[in-house]
Ligand binder design. Structure first.
Ligand code: FRU
Length: 428
């Protein structure tokens, strides 16, 4: 990691930041609170827990077309498992749909051959018929015990075949580790002082302004003990989330070089999860999911989708709506959805997520473990939520309504006129 940092010299020494003053403004409002979710009438993956989900897209970020089908990938676990255990066995499966509303499938994509003890979130590129399936290799394969090492990996070499009946995958897949933290821009596991370090959730992105090929990811910024960051407050310093980026100078989807973070939340939040960008009206909307419990001491945030806007990929990101909050759950069900993913639809931005815990308003998600196993299962959605519609005007956003669970329209498809949005009672 020496020599090649010329890009960096042109940049300000600090990435743009989410500041404590901005995050202190986080507040539920009529524009940011999603409706209470009702369970879907039918679940295309009833035998599975389904959570983090991403769409198969082309290099330009558009939904890919596989012989007339659209494809999505989800982290999954058998439904018989207690929901809280799912992260320890997560496996990527894929689903396909002709119309974006009826989804079929649910086969594992890598059939147990992927790197890591289990696989966490990623993104999927369909480029000239080739598939590049980026994921997080979670846990060290060689270790006997479950652990939390995270490496950014890819599976490639396999293909999808679409027919009348659906889409099937064909291997073999070649798996490679693409990126590991360098300890300078990106914190390593051994440097971490926090509950769990992060180096995960790769997201393929082509910058439309420059054509640069990028991979965004969730990471942490090293803050050495004794640093004066956060006014020297050691407790706050543990909250050091960042949005990392690697570039592929040749555009090769398999060859990446780390670059300094695009954005950080040191002193504010420890986990900027599943970072991704939607370019809308020529501006760069950077979205992350985060949890109530990963905000630093003294800041009250929610499980929510947070967003920031800049004029360029490396621009000065400003929080949307003053605080960053774009979508959150109603106060009565603060954990009902998580892992939001924004995608463009003409003038609006659509937001998918997974249906997490209903009928639960505890102080933290830890309280779920105190419920009976039957109740833990009953309250866990384990499927995709209704897609949320968001109107965007510069640095302001507003929820305008919802579509069905699992609805993934293309921009060519008209959406219904939405009636005026009525947010749930009690926005705070
Ligand atoms: C978000 C997340 C991701 C990770 C996955 C693990 O829901 O924490 O960052 O890839 O869940 O299950």
């Amino acid at each position: 990691m020496t020599g090649e940092r010329d890009d960096d010299r042109r940049r300000p020494s600090q990435p743009p930041r989410w500041t404590r003053a901005q995050a202190a403004r986080i507040e539920r409002s009529a524009d940011t609170v999603a409706p209470v979710i009702e369970p879907p009438a039918a679940d295309p993956a009833a035998d599975l827990h389904v959570w983090d989900t991403w769409l198969l897209r082309n290099r330009h970020g558009e939904l890919a077309d596989v012989d007339g089908w659209r494809v999505l990938f989800s982290l999954t676990a058998p439904e018989k498992l207690l929901p809280g255990k799912r992260h320890d066995v997560a496996e990527i499966r894929f689903f396909y749909s002709r119309n974006g509303t009826d989804w079929h499938g649910g086969e594992t994509i890598f059939r147990g051959d992927a790197l890591g003890q289990r696989q966490w979130a990623g993104s999927a590129l369909y480029d000239g018929g080739e598939l590049y399936l980026y994921y997080t290799a979670a846990g060290d394969d060689a270790a006997d015990e479950l652990n939390y090492t995270q490496r950014i990996a890819v599976g490639h070499g396999g293909r999808f075949v679409g027919g009348e009946e659906g889409v099937r995958s064909e291997g073999p897949w070649t798996h490679e580790v693409l990126l590991e933290p360098d300890g300078e821009w990106y914190e390593t596991e051994s440097q971490s002082r926090a509950m769990i370090y992060t180096f995960r959730d790769p997201w393929f992105f082509t910058d439309p302004a420059t054509g640069q090929t990028c991979l965004l990811f969730e990471a942490n910024t090293p803050v050495p003990p004794g640093s004066d960051r956060c006014g020297g407050d050691g407790a706050q310093q543990e909250f050091n989330g960042s949005v990392g980026v690697a570039v592929s100078p040749s555009g090769d989807p398999l060859s990446w070089e780390l670059r300094p973070p695009l954005f950080d939340a040191v002193c504010v939040n420890q986990e900027l999860e599943r970072p991704h960008i939607v370019v809308h009206d020529g501006r760069y909307y950077l979205f992350v999911s985060s949890h109530m419990h990963t905000f630093a001491p003294g800041i009250r945030g929610y499980d929510g989708l947070y967003g920031f806007v800049a004029d360029s990929l490396r621009g000065e990101y400003e929080p949307l709506n003053g605080s960053g909050l774009v979508v959150t759950n109603p106060a009565s069900v603060p954990y009902q959805a998580y892992s939001w993913i924004a995608f463009p639809h003409r003038e609006e931005i659509l937001v998918g997520s997974f249906y997490n815990y209903r009928e639960y308003a505890g102080e933290s998600l830890d309280g779920i473990a105190d419920l009976s196993e039957a109740e833990q299962r009953r309250r866990f959605g384990g499927t995709l939520s209704p897609t949320i519609r968001v109107a965007v005007d510069g640095d302001r956003t507003r929820i305008t309504g919802t579509l069905a669970h699992w609805d993934v329209p293309t921009p060519a498809e008209d959406l219904p006129d939405s009636p005026e949005y009525v947010p749930p009672e009690g926005t705070d």
